[in-house]
Each structure stands twice: as structure tokens, then as C-alpha cells.
Design a protein around this ligand. Sequence first.
Ligand code: UT7
Length: 331
Amino acid sequence: MLQNSGVAITGSGSATPTNCLDNQALSQLVETSDEWIASRTGIRSRRLATAQESLSAIATLAAKDAIAASGITPLDIDLIILATSTSDDLYGSACKVQAQLGATKAVAFDLTAACSGFVFGLVTAAQYIKTGVYQNVLLIGADFSSRWVDWTDRRTCVLFGDGAGAVVMQASESDRLLGFELRSDGTQNNCLNIAYQPQSQELIPGVEVAKGTYQPITMNGKEVYRFAVQKVPEVIDKALFRANLSVDNIDWLILHQANQRILDAVAERLKIPSHKVISNLANYGNTSAASIPLALDEAVRADKIKPGEIIATSGFGAGLTWGAAIFQWGR
Ligand code: UT7
């Protein structure tokens, strides 16, 4: 018999590749400087995956930490959602993670919503728990954007890094997912893309197919910046309204780690003091769907975020997509 349930986020984990590229080293590759990158973005270094490192392996490492932290075992997991736009396989990598974890009872699938992937995944996972269908869900945000960066384009290559973060979400008597709001605007789709470039191939006379490859990341940085600074405060306000809370109730703000200036501008618009803003992008750059759970996990492990504290989180990026969730950490 299915019963409606609350949702609790009971454990987190994260993992990043060991290879590190700082701004100084990057300036050997393109015409840039530590001063430009740090002052315009706050980024000082990023982790980059090698050809031997797979997205599924790093996602599995993050997942193992989250599972251990939540006190369950892989066999308890009912559902695995892997939020990624850079999976090892176009058919998805979630099932590979399932196999690597030995989560034999779990159903697994990928969710693609770029840098909003973690927040979209959080809300998606919560629906399965709230309706009583599943008890234990593993949500992973993982991206290897370095695979798709044009390393000759200084406007984008300085921004991105690779990593993974994960949380375990469980059925709970009291609901800790207090409010959310998700949005999309496809009319601005061309602001940020890893676009497929088809090339026509004639199979037999009169029958063509489109064979091709994906192009590197292209981004209209100014437009995305403007969009983020305007839309993120709006969507957090909406999620707070749904949670019946105000800005003063927020203990921590964890935004998608795209640019320190965006973090500062959003916090300022919402009148959230800077000591409540979690930021680790200096060390990792923009890790896309991984950035929120990576920042969350570091703050939890550093004993910054404590059980019961209220977190406002927001992801934004390609699609365009954006969303916010307000949740209380822990059981
Ligand atoms: O996760 C998805 C979400 N993505 C984002 O949130 C990205 C949002 N956008 C941004 O963060 C910023 O727009 C950027 C960091 C991408 C760019 O910062 P900006 O202050 O908007 O710089 P800009 O694009 O206006 O460029 C200013 C100047 C230009 O030179 P000119 O035309 O003024 O001579 C650029 O060519 O800076 C130049 N420039 C660089 N110079 C040194 C651009 N990239 C670099 C670079 N190093 N890496």
C-alpha cells in the first residue's frame, strides 16, 4: 500500500579528478591571466579528468561517500538519478554507476538539465519519494565539461572544471524539502550549447541520414550572466514563498558555482549576508551539475552546515533552465 511521505536528504559525498590546472598554467594555453580570471570569475584552479578517468567512476566514488554518510547500503537503493550532460555514453551512464555500486535493486537513469541538473534531479527524486513509490534515492550530479571545452577559446575554457557530488534522499515522517520552483525558457536556447553538427550522408539515392559530431561549448557569457542575476533571485523568492518562509530563515545559500560575481549579485539582491553564501569555485571552477552537491558536501564535512539548518539552493544554465529548492539538511 503506497503512502504519501516526506523527504529527507540524509547524506552527501563528492569526488574530483586529481589533475589540477591553475590560472597561471592556463595562461600558457590561451591569452589570459590569473588576474583576469580571478577578478572576473573568482576561479583560481580547476580539476580536469584524464582519458583514463570515466564520469561513471567518479560519480560512483561520490555516490559511495553519500551512501556511507547516510547509513544505508547500495542494496537499499530503489532509484539512481545521474544528473549529467557529459555522460560516458549517449545512452546514459546511470546504469554503469548502478553496476559499479552493486545497487542491484535500483532502477537507474540519466537526467539532462545542464547546470540545473542537480536541482531538477532533487525535485524529480522527491516526487517518487513523496508519492510513496520509492524509499531511498541516490541523486548524483556529475560533469566532465573539459571533454567539450574548446581549449583555444579563452572566453569559455577558463570557466569549467570536472567533478561529481551526490546525495541520498530518503522517505521521512517530516518533509524536509520545504519548497521548490523549476523553470525553462527554450527561446534562449542558443545562449549556451554543445550542439550536434549534422552532416548529410546519402545511404542510397534519395535516402539521407545526418552523421556528425557534437561541437565544443559555445556561450553568450553576457546574456547568461544577465539571465542568472535576474532570474535566480526571482526563483528563490518563489521557492521561499511555497515553503512559507522568508529570506531571514535561510541559513545557507548554495548557488550553482558559475561565477563569484553572480553569487555576490544574487546574495545582494536577496539581502543575504556574504557569510551565509557557500562558495568553493576558486578551487573547482564551474563543474556544471556537480557544483551544488560538491559545495554542499564540502560544507557538511567541514561542519559548517549542521542538521536542521535551512538551505536555499539554485541551479541555472543551458536550456535555458533554472530552478530553486529550499530544504532542511539531515534527518
Ligand atoms: O554554468 C552555466 C552558466 N554560465 C555562466 O554563468 C557564465 C556567465 N557569464 C560570465 O560569467 C561572464 O560573462 C564571463 C566570465 C564569461 C565573462 O566576463 P565578462 O565580464 O562578461 O567579460 P566579457 O565577455 O565582457 O569580456 C571582456 C573582455 C573582452 O575583451 P574586449 O572585447 O573588451 O577587448 C574579452 O575578449 O575580456 C576579454 N576576455 C578575456 N581576457 C582575458 C574574455 N575572456 C578572457 C580571458 N582572459 N579568459
